[in-house]
Design a protein around this ligand. Structure first.
Ligand SMILES: Nc1ncnc2c1ncn2[C@@H]1O[C@H](COP(=O)(O)OP(=O)(O)OP(=O)(O)O)[C@@H](O)[C@H]1O
Length: 303
């Protein structure tokens, strides 16, 4: 299990992570989603004890990374696969890692096999393609057979076959009861892999939800234009809808369909100029979540 509690990390005046809290439990794939620079890598580095937090804490199986007795057996991670260079062979690279972590040599061969690189065991790491290095990075993460796994943008550099492979691998690891956290800046990728998502923007938590709830939440809305948006918004919220103001003043209504909205507006004699049912893709939902949208409900000060 991974716990991030009020994590803050500042680099000079940059708040890379800002009071971020979330948990990932075993048994499902958790997508860690956010635009570039949202603080995903920084959070993962903190979980791995590679970055010292400015505030808050991160725990793996209930302990800070530094307090884990056999860290490679508890948590494995693929961070920046492109950064792995060198003249060692793929097999030697893993064997050296295994030895320095008290892991038997046989795991080097086993994990190479597991990631489909057995045929490249004798090739020097520097000669491997980015996709192969990505696989080697996954093998390194799996060496100690850890219960917690983190992958930072794992599909980068992989061809379609590789992408399918890594999706299956993550799902299989979760099915085996492991804790799996995988970062991406693409909702389309997470839609195919993750069971839950933790969405961050500018270092802060935007939303933590199951994929199913996210789909439900963003299933549909109705775009409504009215010269009296405040009055209409109040009526719709009273009727149980959730109402958001669009950037150009239109109301985006969820929880009521277009005929209901038209009926309510007519009964209160509120003019309506446009009524357009819309279905949002998950990608749209994600973009909407991560832009600075203002929620606008009557209680909270609609005009
Ligand atoms: N070592 C560092 N020194 C200074 N600033 C940093 C450092 N590492 C990260 N940052 C800054 O912290 C912020 C968060 O970066 P981070 O890499 O964690 O985001 P990310 O969500 O992983 O994005 P990406 O998908 O682009 O990797 C960015 O503004 C980044 O420039």
């Amino acid at each position: 299990m991974i716990q991030v509690r009020h994590l803050t990390k500042r680099y000079g005046s940059t708040r890379a992570v800002d009071d971020l809290s979330f948990e990932v439990e075993p048994g499902y794939v958790a997508g860690f989603l956010g635009p570039n620079g949202a603080g995903k890598s920084t959070t993962m580095r903190a979980i791995l004890g590679l970055d010292r937090p400015t505030g808050g804490e991160t725990l793996v199986n209930g302990r800070p990374y530094a307090a884990l007795r056999r860290p490679a057996h508890e948590v494995g991670a693929l961070l920046d696969a492109a950064a792995v260079h060198g003249g060692r062979t793929a097999y030697d690279h893993l064997r050296v890692l295994a030895r320095s972590n008290g892991i038997p040599d046989r795991r080097a061969a086993e994990t190479l096999e597991q990631v489909g690189l057995a045929g490249a065991a004798k090739r020097r790491v520097g000669t491997l393609s980015l996709g192969m290095r990505q696989r080697l990075g996954v093998a390194a993460a799996l060496l100690g057979d850890p219960g917690v796994l983190m992958f930072d943008e794992p599909v980068n550099g992989l061809d379609p076959e590789g992408i399918r492979w890594i999706r299956h691998l993550m799902r299989d690891l979760a099915k085996e009861g492991r804790t799996v956290l995988v970062s991406s800046h693409l909702m389309s990728e997470m839609a195919l892999t993750a069971d839950r998502v933790v969405v961050v923007g500018r270092g802060r938590l935007i939303l933590e939800a199951s994929m199913e709830d996210l789909r439900e939440k963003f299933k549909k809305d109705v775009l409504v234009r009215s010269p009296s948006p405040g009055a209409l918004s109040r009526v719709l919220v009273e009727a149980g809808a959730s109402v958001t103001a669009d950037h150009d003043g239109a109301l985006l209504v969820q929880g009521l369909d277009a005929p209901d909205i038209a009926g309510l507006a007519a009964r209160r004699q509120i003019p309506v100029h446009e009524l357009t049912p819309r279905s949002a893709s998950l990608e749209d939902a994600y973009l909407e979540l991560t832009e600075d949208s203002v929620e606008f409900r009557t209680k909270e000060g609609a005009r």
